[in-house]
Design a binder for this molecule. Structure first.
Ligand SMILES: Nc1ncnc2c1ncn2[C@@H]1O[C@H](COP(=O)(O)OP(=O)(O)O)[C@@H](O)[C@H]1O
Ligand SMILES: O=P(O)(O)OC[C@H]1O[C@](O)(COP(=O)(O)O)[C@@H](O)[C@@H]1O
Length: 308
């Protein structure tokens, strides 16, 4: 079973306008209210790919109810811890450019953290847990260390897709997979990632530190895959970009779903990138057939001097 854990879910209020004028009244006719947060997006795409998944984390208030009902209607098993505060609404404005406003996460006391940890005790050998999205300051490092230890002792694959200082902490927990985007990887190493070469050398350092597999997503350029045996660059297919929210989460879902079905790492990576682009070309997250149609147009090359 693939569990996802989203500590700061959201409703993604997604709206399309011709041109977005700051300091002015903008009227829109097209809006959507998607459940969001990185782990939740991973669960939604996994379900669309036919892989069983359970969504864990924290939700609260009317927005929390909306998220839980939405996921259950899509056939996703949910076991969120309820908080006393209303889950955030993130604003996604789609105009010539994409503008995002992400709200703060909840303050999570010891009791709520203990409730989440007891849900994670359900993890068994062979399971995967995806810890994704912003981790609130109130979650102590010791909590993350306990999750890492639980995964190691139970032989559970830990997948990490977060940002900021917590990414550094979690990199030390020997995750099976880390999926930073270009900016997050740069932040982790206090540098700017300009090209494949930069991304490759930082990813290699992560592998040397004990991360089994690293995928660096690089927007319209594609993605990089590095482990101790291989280093591959994947080009993203061309297409009309509708909404890139959740594209990175779709890469994670596509990779995990394929790996769980027995595909090798290379094919799983290729399918993950196809899922990322299929989501970028859709208003909501990708459907399986859309990713399958793009699969062959994701071109892979071994990282060597010619792609650096
Ligand atoms: N403009 C684009 N054209 C084609 N594919 C894209 C585009 N933007 C994103 N993608 C796809 O989505 C994946 C993840 O995008 P990225 O923006 O790097 O992730 P994140 O959402 O985590 O920031 C990329 O690796 C690529 O496959
Ligand atoms: O937890 P964060 O870092 O604030 O990000 C939350 C946002 O990220 C998303 O999960 C999208 O993530 P990606 O575009 O990186 O795949 C949105 O659904 C959500 O609004």
């Amino acid at each position: 079973m693939i569990y996802t854990c989203t500590m700061t879910p959201s409703i993604d209020y997604t709206t399309y306008v011709q041109t977005f004028q700051t300091g002015d009244l903008n009227r829109t006719e097209q809006v959507a209210y998607y459940p969001g947060g990185k782990g939740i997006n991973v669960s939604r795409v996994l379900k669309r790919l036919g892989t069983n998944t359970a969504a864990l984390g924290f939700v609260g208030g009317f927005t929390g109810d909306y998220i839980e009902t939405f996921l259950q209607n899509e056939g996703i098993f949910t076991e969120f811890v309820r908080t006393g505060t209303t889950t955030r609404i993130n604003v996604k404005i789609k105009a010539d450019e994409e503008t995002e406003i992400n709200g703060p996460g909840p303050v999570l006391g010891e009791n709520l953290q203990a409730q989440l940890f007891s849900r994670l005790q359900a993890l068994q050998q062979g399971d995967t847990v995806v810890l994704a999205g912003r981790i609130p300051d109130s979650i102590r490092d010791t909590f993350l260390e306990k999750v890492g230890e639980l995964c190691r002792t139970r032989h559970v694959h830990l997948v990490v897709d977060t940002s900021g200082p917590r990414l550094k902490k979690l990199a030390k927990q020997q995750p099976f997979l880390m999926k930073p985007n270009q900016e997050e990887l740069g932040e982790l190493f206090d540098t700017t990632i300009h090209n494949w070469h930069d991304a490759h050398s930082c990813s290699q350092q992560l592998v040397e530190q004990g991360v089994s597999n690293v995928i660096v997503s690089m927007g319209g350029t594609g993605a990089l895959f590095v482990n101790s045996d291989i280093a591959l660059a994947a080009s993203a297919p061309d297409g009309h970009v509708e909404n890139t929210v959740g594209a990175g989460d779709s890469v994670v879902a596509g990779f995990l779903a394929s790996y769980e079905k027995g595909l090798n790492m290379v094919e799983a990576f290729q399918f993950g990138v196809a899922c990322g682009s299929a989501t970028a070309f859709s208003s909501d997250l990708c459907e399986r057939h859309q990713a399958e149609e793009l699969f062959q147009s994701v071109k892979l090359s071994t990282i060597s001097k010619d792609v650096m």
